[in-house]
Unconditional design. Structure first.
Length: 412
């Protein structure tokens, strides 16, 4: 009898999971991907748009065209999941029954949850580059910005790609130097963390880089209010940071359809998930991939990609009544663009923080150090995303599990 696999979300995780599953399973398994629109955005490219280094249109491709033959695509919003009935309710009133459900609904920006952020000054003095609209509007404003206080602020964690706001700072330093007005711009990075990054060794390196580039670092700042008219960030404990232009990474939550699904999500709308098998904690026949999962790793496309292999294996094992593979180790791999044609690379997992050395082995890309090679890697990633990662292929020399060879463990 035909078995139905329904995948909610056709972004990075939903697309690569569908393509991997189509190859792994035979035709008696129907695979349907549901998403509310047909615009697949290459999100890492958003970082480059404000600086004129990428054009918004070049980052968008048709979602359904990224899916292999034999995968059905349904363009519809998801209203909610009834986990008791194994049924998805669509926004148009339709329903989809499933044998296995894969949640790939990502993370949602919730700027409206910060007092004042979307009030006066939103999109004129305060922007986010985390979506196409914001990144494009910010590009126009940056072009006209000829001096003053530019503040980059992370409102709250978790966020997608936690290094992206740091990359924004580094690129802003480069951008204003290129324009010859760096000495007229005061750059400040304001974060709720106690350092530039979550993990100690990388945090030390990245804090040092901010210092070297003359970018002020304000830590443990929990933004409670953004006063766009007065140009002020105000923390819950009453501290203030003034700005002429604010680049804000808003708070994130899970998809609204998860919040509307009884018993499925946590308080933020993310889905409690076994961090090693990727099976949801709510029901055995629900698996989770990408930013939607409440697991202790970064919300990043690289993580989503590494999860793909274990998720596919486990859906197949679940359908065959076999024991699940508990091998996902939280592997994360991020290029950090640092300006002037250079970038750093970090590679870590649940147990190992980002360390110096080389990736993927003793010979390879330098870890936690600036290099031109890493910058080329970051640029090449866009091609790999569309042609290798989304089609669900393994990248040559890149393993799902974090490689230990090449890392300098004594640096702790
Ligand atoms: C500025 C920026 C820079 C980044 N840089 C990097 C980087 O350098 N490296 C890296 O690894 N990662 C990076 N990322 C993160 C990466 O893009 C995400 O982690 C990745 O896309 C997560 O994939 P996903 O499938 O979980 O979510 P997404 O790709 O966001 O897909 C979620 C999908 O679910 C759909 N959806 C949600 N709710 C509903 C609903 N109710 N009904 C129907 N459809 C719904 C959405 O439309 C969307 O298509 C960056 C992100 C940003 C914003």
């Amino acid at each position: 009898m035909t078995k139905r696999i329904v995948i909610l979300g056709g972004g990075t995780g939903g697309t690569l999971a569908a393509n991997r599953l189509r190859r792994a399973l035979d035709a008696e398994y129907e695979i349907t991907v549901v998403d509310r629109d047909d615009d697949h955005v290459y999100q890492p490219g958003l970082l480059f748009v404000p600086f004129g280094l990428a054009q918004a249109d070049d980052l968008v491709r048709s979602r359904h065209r990224q899916l292999h033959d034999g995968i059905a695509y349904l363009g519809s919003g998801v209203d909610r999941v009834d986990t008791e009935a194994d049924r998805v309710h669509l926004a148009d009133g339709g329903v989809l029954d499933y044998d296995v459900l894969i949640i790939a609904t990502g993370a949602r920006l919730v700027p409206e949850e910060t007092d004042g952020l979307t009030g006066p000054g939103w999109m004129t003095k305060a922007f986010s580059f985390y979506d196409l609209e914001g990144a494009t509007a910010l590009a126009r404003t940056l072009e006209e910005f000829d001096g003053g206080r530019l503040v980059v602020n992370v409102v709250d964690m978790p966020i997608k790609c936690p290094v992206a706001p740091l990359e924004f700072c580094f690129l802003a330093d480069w951008y204003f130097q290129e324009r010859g007005i760096r000495d007229q711009v005061r750059l400040t990075y304001v974060t709720p963390l106690d350092g530039a990054f979550t993990k100690p060794v990388a945090s030390r390196t990245l804090s040092g880089m901010l210092q070297d580039k003359g970018i002020e670092l304000v830590t443990e700042f929990n933004t409670g209010e953004v006063d766009g008219e007065a140009g002020k960030l105000i923390s819950f404990d009453g501290r203030e940071v003034e700005f002429d232009l604010a680049v804000v990474v808003p708070a994130h939550g899970g998809a609204e359809c998860i919040e509307r699904s009884w018993g499925l999500g946590d308080a933020l709308g993310f889905v409690p998930t076994d961090e090693h098998t990727l099976q949801s904690k709510a029901r055995d026949n629900i698996f989770v991939i990408g930013d939607a999962a409440a697991i202790p790793t970064s919300k990043a496309g690289s993580v989503t990609h590494f999860e793909g292999e274990v998720l596919t294996r486990n859906v197949a094992r679940f359908l065959a009544g076999e024991e699940l593979d508990a091998s996902f180790d939280g592997h994360t791999n991020c290029f950090i663009e640092s300006g002037f044609g250079k970038a750093l690379l970090i590679d870590f997992n649940y147990d190992t923080e980002p360390l110096p050395g080389h990736y993927p082995s003793a010979v390879g890309l330098p870890l936690l150090a600036e290099s031109r090679l890493n910058h080329l890697g970051k640029l090449m990633f866009a091609w790999l995303y569309w042609h290798s990662l989304l089609p669900g292929r393994d990248l040559p020399g890149v393993s799902t599990a974090m490689p230990r060879a090449g890392k300098r463990f004594e640096t702790r």
